[in-house]
Design a protein around this ligand. Structure first.
Ligand SMILES: [Zn+2]
Length: 295
């Protein structure tokens, strides 16, 4: 199974499956080289577009992508737990649970950096959407509302101000309380969240020791803990950005490439940052689902 979205149809207990959606080798970052095309970051010209008006050199490829989406994933058009839906439900706020699936200790400074980097990376996708077709948020407030660890001793420093969970999923990996997770409560009922509804999490960032590649979906993103910490000062943590793209409903491109080229981040290895093409693909999703919000 390739798309995490499909998971929502399964019992909640299926969420933390041992083989997550879009995991390596599906996200084949380790085996793909850069295409050699020139990746074009989203430009000021594109950021200022408020209606569908992509650069002329991308129009054909974008149409191919959308046609492919409609023909291969028709049911996904009705799915209502994408990043867009989460941002709308949270009125511009997104909560994260960080699942620290590692034996390494984590300092307070590392936790602070994780929070800051997560917010920065998430907002790179939001920047592509801001102001386009009435997408109402310029930025989204991303907050880590919980840390899940196998034992509390892994968290060094002051933990008095944070929610620490030692719950385990069915595979034995640490997770935040299911009562607080949007994946498990897509109706927004967090009455079973002991920390309160404000401490609910919309996404999990699952950091797994020794994990190659990535996984992403409506539940969040999963990448290697070493990879994340080694890149925590990088401007673009490209596997994380790619996996966030799946949270925003975007496809992989392992079996085909648009005629306009493959230099974009959702084409694994095709770019190290969100490109114009990625931004317009996300915009295409938004303009096609925004009517569910009366927009
Ligand atoms: Zn992928």
């Amino acid at each position: 199974m390739k798309y995490a979205f499909a998971l929502s149809a399964l019992a909640a207990s299926a969420y933390p499956a041992a083989v997550p959606i879009d995991a390596s080798p599906i996200c084949k970052f380790n085996t793909r080289a850069l295409t050699g095309d020139i990746a074009t970051p989203i430009s000021k010209r594109d950021l200022n577009q408020t209606t569908w008006n992509p650069p002329s050199n991308l129009i054909a490829g974008l149409k191919e992508v959308w046609d492919h989406t409609v023909s291969t994933r028709p049911n996904d058009l009705n799915f209502k737990n994408y990043g867009y839906d989460q941002v709308m439900a949270g009125k511009g706020k997104i909560g994260y649970c960080v699942r620290w699936e590692s034996s390494q200790k984590l300092t307070a400074a590392q936790r602070a950096k994780t929070q800051a980097k997560l917010s920065e990376q998430y907002n790179k996708w939001i920047a592509a959407l801001a102001g386009f077709e009435k997408f109402p948020y310029k930025t989204v407030e991303v907050k880590v509302v919980g840390w899940a660890v196998k034992n509390k001793g892994l968290l060094e420093g002051d933990v008095s101000g944070i929610n620490v969970y030692t719950d385990l999923d069915s595979g034995g990996a640490p997770q935040c309380s299911e009562g607080c997770g949007r994946f498990f409560h897509q109706d927004g009922d967090y009455s079973k969240c002991a920390a309160g509804a404000a401490a609910h999490y919309d996404n999990s960032l699952w950091l797994t020791e020794g994990f190659g590649g990535g996984a992403g979906g409506d539940w969040g993103q999963r990448i290697g803990s070493e990879y994340f910490m080694q890149n925590i000062d990088a401007a673009n943590i490209h596997i994380l950005l790619h996996e966030m793209g799946h949270t925003f409903a975007l496809d992989d491109f392992y079996d085909w490439t648009p005629s306009t080229g493959g230099a974009f981040i959702m084409n694994a290895g095709g770019a190290m940052q969100i490109t114009e093409f990625d931004a317009w693909m996300a915009r295409d999703w938004w303009r096609n689902i925004k009517s569910r919000y009366g927009l």
